[in-house]
Write a protein that binds this ligand. Structure first.
Ligand code: CO8
Length: 261
């Protein structure tokens, strides 16, 4: 364990960090304290250059059942804005981390919990995971990027169905509509996430980082600016030792040994 906070656990094994949401009495509802813990945990990860992949998970029972409704219910406009701002900050930081981030999801990933998973690069879900943005049903809308990320991910038709009608989707359907990367048996979620993370660890870090930036850029920008951005990143690859090693290994018909420089 490299960090133990009130509502979040942070461990590191090999080059893989895992943040476990740990507020079992409220199905990991994202209260203000939990969000503060997340910010601290992410800061530790940002400073540890040995960490190559981050996994975010909850428990076998729940990923996260959303923002803490009981804490939020009496918020005024300014307090609601601060809650939303903090959640956006966490999700934006995860999205722009220079390493891949995997959400390993069992049980409900609702509201803010779903939005947290959408900010990750990969979602590995159990058959009985349940993704949903049910906020409209309690008089609000998603406030941590959900309307934007979900729409870009699965399109406006399906996003409107989930956000406006409150339709929830289980793991298999989430996979079929392009919301999750992989759907596995519930008990295999964490094992699969670690397997996925280990595979990513074998790739050169800078190429992975550039690939993540380029794809994220495509989501938010027009294609011509995106192509210019891609060209700049592609050329930057040629200033890395890993590009030299990757291409040399190919010509020598051997496995590359990356130094991640
Ligand atoms: N907030 C606070 N407490 C919660 C939440 C929540 N979102 N979800 C569950 N809990 C608590 C319950 O109140 C209950 O506590 P207690 O035992 O003290 O009564 C405990 O967790 C267990 O929950 P249930 O008894 O309800 O468990 P069930 O298995 O019957 O139901 C559900 C599980 C379906 C997940 C159900 O709990 C539920 O519907 N929860 C609310 C889901 C929801 O509406 N989420 C959206 C919240 S709004 C939101 O996320 C806005 C995002 C804004 C930006 C992000 C800011 C961080």
């Amino acid at each position: 364990m490299i960090g133990e906070f009130k509502n979040v656990l942070l461990k590191k094994e090999d080059n893989i960090a895992t943040i476990t949401l740990n507020r079992p009495t409220a199905l990991n509802a994202l209260c203000n304290d939990l969000n503060d813990d997340m910010i601290e945990a992410i800061n530790i990860i940002r400073q540890d250059l040995d960490i190559r992949v981050l996994i975010i998970t909850g428990s076998e029972k729940a990923f996260a059942a959303g923002a803490d409704i009981k804490e939020m219910m009496d918020s005024n406009l300014f307090e609601a804005e601060r809650t939303s701002e903090k959640a956006h900050f966490i999700n934006d930081t995860l999205e722009s981390l220079p390493i891949p981030v995997i959400a390993a999801v069992n049980g409900p990933a609702l509201g803010g919990g779903c939005e947290l998973s959408l900010a990750c690069d990969f979602r590995i879900a159990g058959e009985n995971a349940m993704f949903g943005l049910p906020e409209v049903g309690i008089g609000v809308i998603p406030g941590a990027g959900g309307t934007q990320r979900l729409t870009k991910m699965i399109g406006a038709v399906k996003a409107k169905e989930m956000v406006m009608s409150g339709k929830m989707v289980k793991g298999r359907e989430a996979y079929e509509i392009g919301l999750v990367t992989k759907c596995v048996a519930d008990e295999e979620v964490m094992e699969e996430a670690v397997k996925y993370a280990k595979k990513l660890c074998q790739k050169p870090a800078s190429a992975l980082q550039f690939a993540k930036s380029a794809i994220n850029y495509a989501v938010d920008n027009d294609i011509n600016t995106g192509k210019r951005f891609e060209k700049a990143l592609f050329s930057s690859c040629f200033s890395t030792e890993d590009q030299k090693e990757g291409m040399k290994a190919f010509t020598e018909k051997r496995r590359p040994e990356y130094s991640n420089k």
